[in-house]
Design a protein around this ligand. Structure first.
Ligand code: ADP
Ligand code: MG
Length: 172
């Protein structure tokens, strides 16, 4: 079975636009993943108590022929390959962050994996790219249109569109 999945991508260390693009290319190399769509790139304010640079964020929409845990492992292997190092603190700067935001209509709460992503409906930088791809998304856990949650978010969470991602630059 192939599930329709939204993956959130973020970077605020190094060339962040390039890091996001490279992570998409890395994902597309795997035969279990089929590309369905990609959002624009956005410049976003960090949601963290640690002072740090702005992020570049985007999202891709794919189908995944495997389990949610196999997808998480796959995304973590790309984060590692791209040189993500943890300083042990949550919300610290990162070369690349790949999150499973939605996995079909699945609602899952396991030790290492929460689906939909626990912060999806609280983070403008995660919702805006997904809603650009599909404005009709329903949050399967909260059972409401994702767009409804945008209105509840603090204005400090700025999200500015930078540009579209071309099929050429991700090798499609
Ligand atoms: P965040 O992306 O929320 O800033 P991190 O990337 O630092 O946090 O957290 C990584 C950990 O979050 C992973 O080790 C993974 O086990 C856990 N996790 C739980 N749910 C998800 C999810 N839906 N997508 C990605 N990672 C998740
Ligand atoms: Mg993450």
């Amino acid at each position: 079975m192939k599930d329709r999945v939204f993956i959130g991508i973020g970077s605020n260390v190094g060339d962040s636009e390039e890091n996001c693009i490279r992570s998409i290319k890395e994902m597309l190399k795997d035969g279990r993943l089929r590309f369905q769509g990609v959002s624009s790139l956005y410049r976003t304010a960090p949601v963290s108590t640690i002072p740090q640079d702005d992020f570049v964020n985007c999202a891709i929409f794919v189908s995944w022929a495997g389990s949610p845990l196999s997808l998480l492992e796959f995304l973590m292997s790309i984060e590692n390959r791209m040189g993500r190092v943890s300083d042990g603190r949550k919300d610290s700067p990162r070369v690349i962050d790949l999150d499973i935001l939605l996995f079909g209509n699945l609602v899952l709460q396991e030790h290492s994996l929460t689906i939909p992503h626990a912060e999806l409906h609280k983070r403008r930088f995660a919702m805006v790219p997904c809603l650009e791809i599909d404005p009709q998304i329903i949050h399967p856990g909260l059972r409401r249109p994702l767009a409804k949650f945008l209105g509840k978010i603090d204005d400090q969470q700025s999200v500015e569109r930078i540009r579209k991602i071309s099929m050429d630059e991700i090798g499609l």
